[in-house]
Design a protein around this ligand. Structure first.
Ligand SMILES: [Zn+2]
Length: 341
């Protein structure tokens, strides 16, 4: 917490999918998904296969803009576009740079699109990270990864000196993840969701409370783990004060002794993952920026933001980009995307 009652460092979204920024309003699936696997197959895997570079570029710009407009200056992204893999991470990184938001990228390696798809995913992570890009080696989830692919992911991360960003036991279909990762995961790994994780693993757990509720996968109860816990949005925007309030309400529903400080500590863990965000300054529309206030105060907005010493938001408006242009170009790309679905 800052000395100044109405400022904080830049907030961190520790698990995002910028490619989902165009998804709202997409055509309904052929039938109503009845469980988490259905949601993946009928919605997300249909959407990600339709993405091209222009859609990726404008969804990332829109997602970064919405993050900035919520006081989030650092995004840890997890990207998937199986029919447009090569160069996708650099497009996302460039889009975020233009808006003035920090991003740590990862490409989602998976065997769900065949061996070639997995190899292309590995190559994209390697290309981006070895050319100086900041991020992780991305992997979908154990239930779509063979043992060989999982080992290739872990090996590449080891070689490049970075962690792996992977979904862990998000739904019951991935319940075996704990056992498969027990001897593989490292402190630098990011473990998204961990709803059905049955053992402690090395790495940071990223709790995505609203997404978990939306997918009806159950409560992750992150307080049961002894390791570091951070907060993410899983692609539903990057308004981390709102995510904090939802995380608090959901934790409180489970255990009435939960304090806002505990949940705020999950938000603060983002600064251990992206320490540079501590140098960013967000001046808010409310004071004091104290967990006990914020847990019960909706609508708190950033007024001014500096990232790395540069002014990127003034009077609540992005400075480096034209937010109206981003919204209209993103809407155009969303129409192209929906026509393909
Ligand atoms: Zn996710």
């Amino acid at each position: 917490m800052s000395d100044n009652a109405c400022t904080t460092p830049g907030l961190v979204c520790a698990h995002h999918h910028l490619y989902s920024a165009l998804a709202r309003g997409m055509p309904a699936p052929q039938r109503v998904p009845s469980d988490f696997e259905d949601i993946l197959e009928l919605i997300w895997w249909r959407l990600d296969r339709a993405l091209d570079l222009e859609m990726i570029r404008w969804s990332a710009k829109l997602g970064a803009l919405e993050a900035l407009e919520s006081g989030t200056t650092a995004i840890i992204d997890h990207h998937s576009s199986p029919n447009c893999i090569d160069g996708s991470l650099e497009v996302i990184a460039q889009a975020c740079r233009e808006v003035g938001v920090r991003v740590l990228c990862a490409y989602e390696v998976s065997d769900r699109n065949g061996l070639d798809g997995a190899a292309a995913g590995l190559a994209e992570n390697e290309r981006y990270l070895s050319s100086g890009g900041r991020g992780y080696v991305g992997a979908h989830a154990c239930f779509t990864l063979s043992e060989a692919t999982l080992e290739a992911v872990a090996g590449l991360a080891e070689d490049l000196g970075v962690g792996v960003h992977i979904h862990v036991a998000e739904g019951l279909c991935d319940q075996g993840a704990g056992e498969r990762l027990a001897n593989l995961s490292r402190q630098e790994w990011l473990l998204a969701h961990c709803v059905h994780l049955d053992q402690e693993l090395a790495g940071t757990i990223v709790h995505n409370p609203r997404s978990n509720m939306n997918n009806a996968v159950g409560y992750a109860s992150p307080a049961r783990f002894s390791g570091r816990v951070a907060l993410g949005s899983d692609g539903i925007g990057a308004d981390m004060l709102e995510e904090f309030r939802i995380a608090y309400a959901r934790a409180r529903e489970e255990d009435v002794t939960t304090t806002p400080e505990l949940v705020w500590s999950w938000l603060e863990a983002g600064w251990e993952l992206v320490p540079e965000a501590l140098d960013d300054i967000v001046r808010w529309s409310y004071e004091p920026m104290d967990p006990w206030h914020l847990a019960f105060t909706p609508g708190v907005r950033p007024v001014e933001i500096t990232v790395d010493g540069s002014l990127v938001l003034k009077g609540g408006q992005a400075v480096l980009v034209d937010s109206n242009e981003i919204r209209s170009k993103a809407a155009e790309q969303a129409r192209r995307l929906f026509a393909r679905l």
